[in-house]
Design a protein around this ligand. Structure first.
Ligand code: GTR
Length: 419
């Protein structure tokens, strides 16, 4: 009896604490019968009714919140960063594209932290728009092109990896997820970087990634964690593209799949230079609403991947259904820029329906800013994209990036990025 009562008291205290933390006791938004905190109510209870209020008050308040409580702080553009183009081949991909490879030295030192950008530019377009995204398995995994530099960074144990280093057997293994010819034919350049160049994807106490350059952003509750580091890396790719005359840096979409989709969304949310954002099955910490408790929850994500989010985020473990915030608020930081959220039916870990409602939850902000938001009012049927300024589709199959997904993304980009 005593322990039951104690347990109840603890739960109520915790609940109160969570609401107090947000300072937001009553304002709620309903999505599909589930109550989530209202994106258009300030923490002090003031309703946001104008675009100006959104831009000058609510958006900054939410960015501050997500940096403090979930993704952690990120540094700005490094003052000493330099770029070295070490490959420039105009007859790549059967003559369709120019291949460039560029090393980015984050602190300007050749023996310091660095990343390699692999860039293909369509030969028939001047000042091409581009799509940037990180890759899972090294630049050499996105195409069989033998001239792509073999990554020398740390790799998790997967096929073709020996002693945590990639071997020739990893060439082209992810080519199915990176249909370069299709993207180039549509008139877009593609830039990609291996996630592990920016921050190796394991809990190493932030010694091996770019965090080593920023000791002041470590050992604190809002530490510069891995998803934020990947997002920061995406912004650094854009920094390079801004210096490359072959690219129209005002038309660079940011794309990501799964954990890298979480990073793409956060990059889009925080770096307004990205005019369009694509999240492919980003799941928990991406587009999924935590209030939908099936699929990956905070406890699992923080236990299995303790380095992805900042230390403060761990206090929300077990509180998914009563959180004082949710991911619709993060997606709405992208508004009014176009964002595409996509799911796969069998990707239950990401919870496709919860990804849809995460996107739909951002709709009031897009409408407030005078756009059409996400047209669908219920979770769409398979292979039936709903396309407004927010777009969504769910396709059959599992956790993957398919040609079907890319066709939708490229059409979406055409709608908003083509001149
Ligand atoms: C899973 C993780 C997801 C998702 C996925 C991936 O293990 O639970 O959040 O990011 O990995 O990146 O493939």
């Amino acid at each position: 009896m005593i322990s039951k009562k104690y347990h109840r008291t603890c739960s109520i205290t915790l609940l109160l604490l969570v609401f107090l933390l947000a300072g937001n006791v009553s304002a709620q938004q309903m999505v599909n019968g589930i109550t989530i905190p209202d994106v258009l109510t300030m923490n002090n209870g003031t309703k946001v009714t104008t675009a100006k209020q959104w831009k000058t008050q609510r958006r900054p308040e939410l960015i501050k919140f997500f940096k403090k409580e979930m993704y952690g702080q990120s540094p700005g553009k490094p003052a000493d960063m330099t770029f070295k183009v070490f490959d420039n081949e105009s007859k790549a991909l059967n003559g369709k594209a120019t291949r460039k490879q560029i090393t980015v030295y984050f602190n300007g030192k050749e023996d310091g932290p660095q990343m390699d950008i692999l860039l293909y530019i369509p030969n028939n377009i001047k000042h091409a728009p581009a799509i940037v995204g990180l890759n899972f398995d090294g630049n050499q995994s996105v195409n069989l092109d033998p001239a792509i530099k073999m990554s020398t960074s740390w790799f998790d144990k997967t096929k073709g990896v020996v002693n945590n280093r990639a071997t020739e057997a990893t060439r082209g293994i992810d080519a199915g997820q990176w249909p370069l010819a299709m993207i180039i034919d549509k008139g877009y350049a593609v830039a990609t970087v291996y996630r592990g160049d920016i921050d190796p994807d394991f809990d190493d106490g932030f010694k091996n990634g770019v965090q080593a350059l920023y000791p002041e952003l470590q050992n604190r509750g809002d530490n510069f964690a891995t998803v934020a580091a990947w997002a920061w890396g995406l912004s650094r790719i854009l920094d390079y593209l801004e210096t490359d005359k072959a690219i129209d840096a005002k038309r660079v979409a940011v794309f990501g799949f799964s954990r890298l989709g979480k990073a793409a969304l956060w990059a889009g949310a925080t770096d307004e230079r990205f005019p369009l954002v694509i999240s492919n099955e980003s799941g928990a910490g991406g587009a999924k609403l935590f209030h939908y408790t099936s699929g990956e929850r905070i406890t699992r994500i923080c236990s299995k991947f303790p380095h992805w989010f900042c230390g403060n985020f761990k206090k929300y473990m077990g509180l998914d259904s009563i959180l004082p915030f949710d991911q619709h608020m993060m997606i709405s930081l992208i508004a009014p820029r176009p964002v595409y959220v996509a799911s796969a039916k069998d990707d239950t870990n990401s919870n496709p329906e919860a990804e849809f409602w995460g996107a739909k939850g951002a709709d009031p902000v897009y409408r407030l800013l005078g756009t059409n938001g996400l047209p669908a009012t219920t979770w769409p049927a398979l292979n039936t994209p709903s396309v407004g300024r927010i777009a969504y589709h769910v396709r059959p199959g599992g956790h993957n990036v398919t040609d079907y997904d890319w066709i939708q993304y490229l059409n979406f980009a055409d709608k908003y990025l083509k001149k």
